[in-house]
Write a protein that binds this ligand. Structure first.
Ligand code: PLP
Length: 448
C-alpha cells in the first residue's frame, strides 16, 4: 500500500467518485477505509467504527466471512474465469443457478440469468420483459411503470425508471415510455395522506389511472422495490405490494421486484416478495449475493416467462455480459448463500432491526431535527432530518454532514443521502453493535 500522504493527495484529485462531484471530493475528501474486522471498518488514520452502512447495503455477513473468502481463493486457483456465452459454461455458475432456483422457489422465480451487479440485473429485466411480449406476439407492450423515489441503478434503462431527479436530469433524454407513480411515502405525498393503508390505496388508484391513460396494451412491466431503499427506506403498508401485483396481473403487465437490497434476508424475510406475499415475474438481485466481496448479480425469472422462453426456438437471448456467470463470483455466491442460510440471518436482521428502529424513534423524541423515522422491517432504517418539524423543511446539507461526521468520530459510519441518514448494517450485527450505532447517532444529533 502507498503511504498515507500519497493516498490522501490523490483520493479526490485523480479519482472521480460515484454520486459526488469531483470538486466536492477535493474539498471534502472521502474517508479512506483501509481495513476491516467483523462489522467494523478502520480508516487510514487507524480510527475504527461500526459500519452502519454495511458497505453499501451489501456486506450482510460482515467483513470476516471466511467461507466466502476461501471459496473465492479456491475458485481463483482452479478456474479464475470462463465465459457462459453460447457454447460454454462453468460448473460454479450451473451449481449456483440450481441453488438460487431452490432458494427462491417460494417466490416462484426459479431460473437465473447472471449479471455483474444490480444495474445489470435491472437492465436485463427490462430487456427480457420487452422480449417476452414480442415472443408472444404482443409487441405493442414496450412501456415501463415504476415508483417515484424508486432507485434502479444507473444504466440508461434503470435511470429511466428511476424516480429521483438526481439520477436523471443530467443524463436526459432518457428512455421514452417510462411513467412514474406516487410512492407510498407517508411523510410527504401529493395526497397529503399520512395513514399508510389509505395512502397505499391512493397510490394503487394512481397506478390504475396511469395504466388506463397509457393503455394497458402498451405497458410491458412495472418495476418496484418491495421497500424503497436508496430513496430513503420507504416501507409501504402491507396491502400495497399485493394490490400492485393484482393490478399488474389483471392488465397483463409483468411485475419485476427490484430486490438488489431486499433479497437475502435484509428485511427480516428471505426476500421482499416473500415479506409481502407476492410472486413476481422477475426478481433483480445483486449486492449481498456475494456479501459484497465480488461484483455479481442474478436476475431470477418466473414460470410465466419460462414457458415462453423455454419452448420457443426463436427465443434467443441477445443479451449478456462478459462476466455473466463469472466462476469466481458464482463460487463466492454459493458460499455466501450457504453461510446466509446456516446463520439464519433473517432472524437476527429482524431482532437487531427492531432494536435500531426503536432506538431511532427514541432519538426522535429527543431531537426536533428528526422529522421522520422509517423502518420496522429488518435492518433497513432511515432518519429523515428537517430544519423545522412543523413545516417539514429539509435540513441543510452542512448540518446533515455534521451529524454524520460527529457520529463517525463517535464510533459509527452512517450514510447521508439527501435529508436522510440511512442505516443498513451487516445482518450479523450484535446487540452491543446496534447500541454503539445509536450512541454515535445520539452524539451526532447532540452536536447540532
Ligand atoms: N436497484 C436497487 C434497488 C439498488 O438499490 C441498486 C443499488 O443500490 C441498484 C439497483 C443498482 O445496483 P448496482 O449499484 O450494483 O449497479
Amino acid at each position: 500500500m502507498k503511504d498515507s500522504n500519497f493516498l490522501k493527495e490523490n483520493n479526490g484529485r485523480v479519482f472521480w467518485h460515484p454520486m459526488t462531484s469531483p470538486e466536492d471530493s477535493i474539498k471534502n475528501p472521502p474517508k479512506i477505509i483501509t481495513a476491516s474486522n467483523g462489522v467494523r471498518i478502520s480508516d487510514i488514520d487507524g480510527h475504527e467504527v461500526v459500519d452502519a452502512v454495511g458497505g453499501l447495503w451489501n456486506v450482510n455477513l460482515g467483513y470476516s466471512c471466511a467461507p466466502v473468502k476461501d471459496a473465492i481463493a479456491a475458485q481463483l486457483e482452479r478456474l479464475p474465469y470462463y465465459s457462459t456465452f453460447r457454447g460454454s459454461s462453468n460448473d460454479a455458475a450451473i451449481e449456483l443457478a440450481f441453488e438460487l432456483g431452490e432458494f427462491f422457489a417460494p417466490d416462484g422465480v426459479t431460473r437465473a440469468f447472471f449479471t455483474s451487479g444490480g444495474s445489470d440485473s435491472v437492465e436485463t429485466a427490462l430487456r427480457l420483459a420487452r422480449q417476452y411480449h414480442k415472443l408472444r406476439g404482443d409487441s405493442g407492450r414496450v412501456k415501463f411503470l415504476s415508483l417515484k423515489k424508486g432507485y434502479h441503478g444507473t444504466h440508461f434503462g434503470g435511470a429511466s425508471v428511476n424516480g429521483n431527479a438526481n439520477f436523471r436530469t443530467a443524463y436526459e433524454p432518457l428512455m421514452p415510455g417510462c411513467h412514474h407513480i406516487p410512492a407510498p411515502y407517508t411523510y410527504r405525498n401529493p395526497f397529503n395522506e399520512s395513514d399508510p393503508e389509505k395512502l397505499a390505496h391512493l397510490c394503487v388508484a394512481a397506478l390504475e389511472d396511469e395504466i388506463a391513460f397509457q393503455g394497458a396494451g402498451t405497458i410491458a412491466a412495472m418495476i418496484m422495490e418491495p421497500i424503497l431503499g436508496a430513496g430513503g427506506v420507504i416501507p409501504p403498508h402491507k396491502s400495497f405490494a399485493p394490490m400492485v401485483a393484482d393490478v399488474c396481473k389483471r392488465n397483463g403487465i409483468l411485475l419485476i421486484t427490484d430486490e438488489v437490497i431486499t433479497a437475502y434476508g435484509r428485511t427480516g424475510a428471505w426476500s421482499g416478495a416473500r415479506l409481502w406475499g407476492i410472486k413476481p415475474d422477475m426478481m433483480c438481485t445483486a449486492k449481498a449475493i456475494t456479501n459484497g466481496y465480488f461484483p455479481f448479480g442474478a436476475l431470477m425469472i418466473g414460470e410465466q416467462m419460462q414457458e415462453v422462453f423455454e419452448n420457443n426456438p426463436a427465443a434467443k437471448i441477445g443479451h449478456g455480459y462478459t462476466y455473466s456467470g463469472h466462476p469466481v463470483g458464482a463460487a463466492a455466491a454459493l458460499a455466501c448463500l450457504a453461510e446466509t442460510k446456516r446463520l439464519n440471518v433473517v432472524d437476527n436482521a429482524a431482532a437487531r432491526g427492531d432494536q435500531l428502529y426503536q432506538g431511532c424513534l427514541a432519538l426522535q423524541e429527543k431531537y426536533d431535527i428528526i422529522g421522520d423515522v422509517r423502518g420496522g422491517h429488518g435492518l433497513m432504517t432511515a432518519i429523515e432530518m428537517v430544519s423545522d418539524r412543523a413545516t417539514k423543511a429539509p435540513i441543510d446539507a452542512a448540518s446533515a454532514m455534521k451529524v454524520q461526521e460527529v457520529a463517525y468520530q463517535s464510533g459509527a459510519m452512517v450514510r447521508v443521502s439527501g435529508p436522510n441518514l440511512i442505516l443498513s448494517p451487516p445482518l450479523v450485527l450484535t446487540e452491543a453493535d446496534a447500541t454503539a450505532i445509536l450512541d454515535a447517532l445520539d452524539a451526532g444529533f447532540a452536536a447540532l
